[in-house]
Unconditional design. Structure first.
Length: 272
C-alpha cells in the first residue's frame, strides 16, 4: 500500500505473539517554489501533487492557475516537490518569504510573525448551500469507506469533501494539516475528474479543528466544516468571523453546531 510499510512487532497479552503491523510512512517532504524551499513537512508520501496545489492555495502562495509545472524529486533524505509558478506568484513569495519546519502536530511552526500566524481569512459568502441533520450524519457514516490507510494503520488523519449526497474526494496523512492540503489540492487542481464547486459542499475532518484548519477551509471557500473531534475556542471565533458553519463531535446519530447554524435546515435559531 502506498504510504504504508510493515514492521515487525511483539504482541503481549495472554501470550507473546510475534508478527508485524502495517504503519504509515512519515517522510520529509520539501515544498520548493521557483527554486526556494518554502516548507519542509513530515508527511505521508502519497498524493504529493495534490499536497503542493493545496498548500500553495491555503497558504496564499499561488492559485492553481499560477502553477506552471510540478515535479517530485527523490533525494537522499526525503522528497522535494519542485513547483514553478508565474511571475506574479513569485513576487508574492518574495514579499512573504519564510522557511517552515512543520512537525505533524503543528501547522504554524516556522511562521516568523504574529501577523502571518493570525492572518485575516476571506469571508465565505452565505450562498444557497444547506445541510439537513440527516445529511450531516450521512457524511459521517460515509467517511469510514474513504479511510483505507487508516483501516490498515489506525494512525492517520482524513479530510474529505461532501456535496450533500456523496463524498467527492478524500485524502489521508499522518499530519492533519497535510491531509486537508491534499484534499484542497485534489479539489482545485482540476486533476480529479469533474469540476468541483467548493461553495457547494462541506469539508469533513477526523481531527480536532484548530485556527489554521479554519484558515485553510476559508481559503478553499467551502461554507462548512464537519469534524469528528472538537474545535478550539479560538477556532470557533474565527469560523464565526469567516462565515463558516462549524460542526463538531459529529457521529452517525448526533452532532454539535458552534457557528452559523442557519445552514442546518431544521435548526430554527442561529447559535451566535
Amino acid at each position: 500500500m502506498q504510504g504504508a510499510a510493515p514492521r515487525p512487532r511483539l504482541a503481549f497479552g495472554a501470550a507473546i505473539a510475534p508478527g508485524e503491523r502495517v504503519l504509515p510512512q512519515e517522510v520529509a517532504v520539501a515544498l520548493t517554489f521557483n527554486g526556494t524551499t518554502q516548507a519542509v513537512m513530515m508527511a505521508t508520501p502519497d498524493h504529493l501533487a495534490d499536497f503542493a496545489y493545496g498548500f500553495a492555495l491555503t497558504e496564499g502562495l499561488a492559485r492553481p492557475d499560477e502553477i506552471e509545472s510540478l515535479d517530485v524529486v527523490d533525494t537522499a533524505r526525503g522528497l522535494d516537490v519542485q513547483i514553478w509558478v508565474s511571475a506574479a506568484a513569485e513576487a508574492r513569495l518574495k514579499a512573504r518569504r519564510r522557511t517552515m519546519a512543520g512537525p505533524v502536530g503543528c501547522g504554524l511552526c516556522g511562521i516568523d510573525s504574529l501577523e502571518q500566524a493570525l492572518r485575516a481569512v476571506p469571508a465565505v459568502p452565505h450562498g444557497p448551500f444547506r445541510l439537513s441533520p440527516a445529511q450531516v450524519m450521512a457524511a459521517v457514516a460515509a467517511l469510514p469507506g474513504q479511510q483505507t490507510l487508516h483501516d490498515a494503520t489506525r494512525s492517520v488523519h482524513c479530510a474529505a469533501f461532501w456535496d450533500g449526497t456523496r463524498m467527492i474526494a478524500a485524502r489521508e496523512d499522518v499530519g492533519r494539516h497535510n491531509a486537508l492540503d491534499k484534499l484542497v489540492g485534489a479539489l482545485v487542481s482540476g486533476k480529479s475528474g469533474d469540476p468541483v464547486r467548493p461553495a457547494q459542499g462541506a469539508v469533513i475532518l477526523t481531527s480536532r479543528v484548530s485556527i489554521d484548519l479554519v484558515q485553510k477551509v476559508a481559503a478553499l471557500g467551502a461554507p462548512a466544516i464537519v469534524a469528528l473531534s472538537s474545535p478550539t475556542a479560538d477556532a470557533v471565533d474565527l469560523a464565526e468571523t469567516a462565515g463558516l458553519t462549524l460542526i463538531a463531535q459529529a457521529r452517525h446519530d448526533r452532532f454539535e453546531v458552534f457557528t452559523h447554524s442557519d445552514r442546518i435546515t431544521s435548526e430554527p435559531q442561529n447559535v451566535r
